[in-house]
Design a binder for this molecule. Structure first.
Ligand code: UD1
Ligand code: CA
Length: 454
């Protein structure tokens, strides 16, 4: 199959310097979504018709994922397809897609393409609750005769609620004879691809349509402005969330979840409102995600609870952890099972062993912490001397008193206790209490009183 993706338009109404097809849906460009659907249809790389921002579009994709042709001037959708003609094999069917329609499903396109052959043009149409400015499908005795663009349509034709989605599968050899016959004597002065339908009828080809897509099916709708972009984003998010719900994930509200990558989840997982998932995220059985969290490239182990407003990036979290609220895990955080990371605790490039806890206001960076360690409130690993990073080791069952600074490189032995307020600059031996504190004393003292002005 020759797949032709039209992507030369300017997208003026986006009011953006970014070429329209590079605007993201679910964190990646609309064109990448379209290429993904196309890739499942044919082994042949699709032909993308570029125009506005061609260099920028090309630069954003790996070479070889598609072929490109340039439409230097945007003279209409028919003219755009004409640019792809030299790359189209005559014997195969050609399928026309749009680069700004990111939600189109491979299955829909497969059914459409299967209807086309050497003598048959297949057209994807939709019933629209509000047909707006879409092209109208003109039928006679049930047979498609033509597509009339809204601007060129009569008042009666404008009442037609069956519209052109823009997706068309057609015999290539015939297409090559028909495209040069297109005229631009219409309201827009453009060479309309849609005029091929009347030409096909005149040439004795059959024009067929699958069942028109129902009004609630929006997969064919494109993006002309940022309002459309938001609508497609939400439809796509609802689609992803619905798939997860069908797999058994408890999502509290489909309209308040954002997945920008791949989210996989096992059974009994619950996701509260307002969270964003980026990159590759895996949630094992029974994981609970509280409201308004960000999880990016994170694996979460069985039974772990992530409380509200936690920001987790590049972390591996074991089973039965309790994270947050307001926790921050940065790349290289690796937590064994039963770990607790509480509010305003930041962990970076550090391992915590089984059942260790850092519940309040703490920074753990570049550290190896053993099992059953208690890190008191306000503890800081001083890992940076202004030039280099250094490592802290805390062995099993150590107890770190509140407001402790560990000046790395430093080691706390197994079972050691650091008194509150310790500034640890040498290793602390196992099983002993280490304390760095000026002795407490009490002196007689009279509080000053406020002077009265006469
Ligand atoms: C088109 C159809 C209309 C259909 C609608 C569905 C035509 C004439 N009309 O209208 O029947 O209901 O889509 O969304 O085909 N493009 C180019 N080069 C050009 C012109 C357009 O590459 O010279 C690309 C655009 O970037 C866009 C796509 O083709 O991706 C569609 O063009 P657009 O101008 O948006 O067509 P519509 O007016 O929406
Ligand atoms: Ca459009």
């Amino acid at each position: 199959m020759n797949i032709i993706i039209l992507a030369a338009g300017k997208g003026t109404r986006m009011k953006s310097a970014l070429p329209k097809v590079l605007h993201p849906v679910a964190g990646r460009s609309m064109l990448s979504h379209v290429l993904e659907s196309a890739g499942k249809l044919s082994a042949q790389p699709p032909i993308v018709v570029l125009g506005h921002g061609a260099a920028e579009v090309q630069a954003s994709f790996t070479a070889g994922t598609y072929r490109t042709v340039l439409q230097a001037e945007q003279l209409g959708t028919g003219h755009a397809v004409m640019q792809a003609v030299p790359l189209c094999a005559d014997s195969a069917v050609s399928l026309v897609m749009y680069g700004d329609v990111p939600l189109i499903q491979t299955e829909t396109l497969k059914q459409l393409a299967a209807l086309a052959n050497a003598n048959t043009l297949a057209l994807l149409t939709a019933r629209a609750a509000d047909p707006m400015a879409y092209g109208r499908i003109v039928r006679q005795a049930g047979q498609v005769r033509a597509i009339v663009e809204f601007k060129d349509a009569s008042p009666e034709q404008r009442l037609i609620d069956e519209v052109n989605t823009g997706f068309m599968a057609l015999p290539t050899a015939w297409m090559k004879t028909a495209l040069p016959r297109l005229q631009n004597n219409n309201k827009n002065g453009e060479y309309y691809l849609t005029d091929l339908v009347a030409l096909a009828v005149a040439d004795g080809l059959s024009v067929v349509t699958p069942q028109p897509l129902p009004p609630q099916n929006k997969e064919w709708e494109g993006v002309n402005d940022r309002v459309d972009l938001e609508a497609r984003e939400r439809e796509y998010q609802v689609r992803l969330a619905t798939e997860l719900m069908r797999q058994g994930v408890h999502i509290i509200d489909r309209s308040r979840i954002d997945i920008r990558g791949t989210l996989t989840a096992e059974s009994e997982v619950r996701i509260d409102v307002g969270s964003v998932f980026e990159g590759e995220v895996h949630l094992a059985r029974g994981v609970k995600i509280g409201p308004h969290c960000l999880l990016k490239n994170v694996q979460v182990g069985e039974g772990t609870v992530i409380e509200a407003f936690s920001h987790l990036d590049g972390a591996r979290i074991g089973a039965d952890n309790k994270i947050g609220p307001f926790a921050r895990l940065r790349p290289g955080a690796k937590l064994a099972s039963g770990v607790h990371i509480g509010n305003f605790t930041e962990v970076k490039n550090a391992e915590l062993g089984e059942n260790s806890k850092a519940n309040h206001l703490t920074y753990i960076g570049d550290a190896t912490i053993g099992a059953r360690v208690n890190v008191g409130a306000g503890t800081i690993t001083c890992n940076y001397d202004g030039v280099n990073k250094h490592h802290t080791v805390i062995e099993d069952e150590a107890f770190i008193g509140s407001d402790t600074q560990l000046i790395a490189p430093v080691r706390v032995g197994r079972g050691a206790t650091l008194a509150a307020g310790t500034t640890l600059s040498k290793d602390a031996p196992a099983d002993m209490l280490t304390i760095t504190r000026a002795e407490q004393k009490s002196v007689k003292w009279k509080r000053p009183v406020k002077k009265t002005v006469a």
